[in-house]
Each structure stands twice: as structure tokens, then as C-alpha cells.
Design a protein around this ligand. Structure first.
Ligand code: FES
Length: 175
């Protein structure tokens, strides 16, 4: 296993133990614990769920059963560039689903998932407050309005170009 991944997992487990020790061992604390873990890590790491299950005397499958019932929880780490596709009413009516499908196809992941290199994650979100620009996707920090399938490719290409520039900058700095 890659050293960085191992270190991250170890930190997640230590942090989870420390956080859950603040809660009484009662099942009614489950949602509060899950919210806290997601707040700290951006998702519900599977390794954390085992410790939550032990603490509350529940099965891991039961914890996931509860967590999947609420759509506020993520089961994959957020990407460095999160893509939030709005499916509020105005965006839905103007083709938000098609925009979502295009991001999913180009990145080969589904909504709620993260690319293996953790560069991108895709999520569906409710109205982000820019209905006049529908359909809307928030890519990283940027609101992309009047989205069209052709814009999806352009946005992703922009990230690739930036990444390539960054790589070359690093290369020239280390030479
Ligand atoms: S419904 Fe998408 S911004 Fe309002």
C-alpha cells in the first residue's frame, strides 16, 4: 500500500476514535457521530465505520443502511475539484440531468463517486441560488452557468491544461 494512503488511513482511524469517545455508547448518537466524521473528513471512510459500529454495538451493515437512507452522507472522499451539478427545479427543467450524464461519462464515475486519482468527484445538489443561469454546475469554487454538454468537455480540458502547466513548472523548478 502506498505510504501516503497508509498514513491517511491511520490518521482517519485515530481521529475517529478520538471523536467517538466524546459520545455515549447509545444508538441515538449515530447520526451526530456520522455528521461529525463527515464534517472532519469530507465523507464516511469505511475504516471509521468499523469503529463507530464497535462503539455503538451495531453491525457495520446496519450503520451503512442508516447512512445510505440520508442523502447528506458521502461514501467516497471528495475530489480536489468537486463538481456539483444542480438538479433543482429550474436546472432540472433546463437539462441538468444531461449535464450530469456528460460529466459522468467523461470522468467515468457516477454521481457520489470520486475519480481514482481523487482529482474530481461528482455530486447532485439542490438549487445553488443562480436559477437565472440554469442549468448550473459548480466546479471547484466556480459557478458555471448556462451549461451545455459541449461546455463539459471544455471545462475538463481546462483542468488538464492547468495540471500539465503545473507539472512543467515543478519540473523546471527542480532542474
Ligand atoms: S435550480 Fe439550479 S440554481 Fe436554482
Amino acid at each position: 500500500m502506498h505510504e501516503t494512503v497508509k498514513a491517511e488511513e491511520a490518521w482517519i482511524i485515530d481521529d475517529t476514535r478520538a471523536q467517538i469517545s466524546k459520545f455515549e455508547k447509545k444508538r441515538e448518537n449515530l447520526i451526530s457521530i456520522l455528521q461529525l466524521i463527515q464534517h472532519r473528513h469530507g465523507y464516511l471512510p469505511p475504516e471509521s465505520m468499523k469503529h463507530v459500529a464497535q462503539h455503538l454495538g451495531m453491525a457495520v451493515s446496519e450503520i451503512f443502511g442508516v447512512a445510505t437512507f440520508y442523502n447528506q452522507f458521502r461514501f467516497h472522499p471528495p475530489g480536489r475539484n468537486p463538481i456539483n451539478v444542480c438538479l433543482g427545479t429550474a436546472c432540472h427543467v433546463r437539462g441538468g440531468e444531461v449535464i450530469l450524464e456528460n460529466f459522468e461519462r467523461k470522468l467515468e464515475i457516477k454521481a457520489g463517486q470520486t475519480t481514482p486519482d481523487r482529482e474530481f468527484s461528482i455530486d447532485r445538489v439542490a438549487c445553488v441560488g443562480c436559477c437565472a443561469l440554469a442549468p448550473v454546475a459548480v466546479v471547484g469554487e466556480t459557478v458555471q452557468g448556462k451549461m451545455a454538454p459541449s461546455k463539459v468537455e471544455g471545462i475538463l480540458l481546462g483542468f488538464q491544461i492547468e495540471k500539465e502547466k503545473e507539472r512543467k513548472r515543478h519540473e523546471s523548478e527542480s532542474n
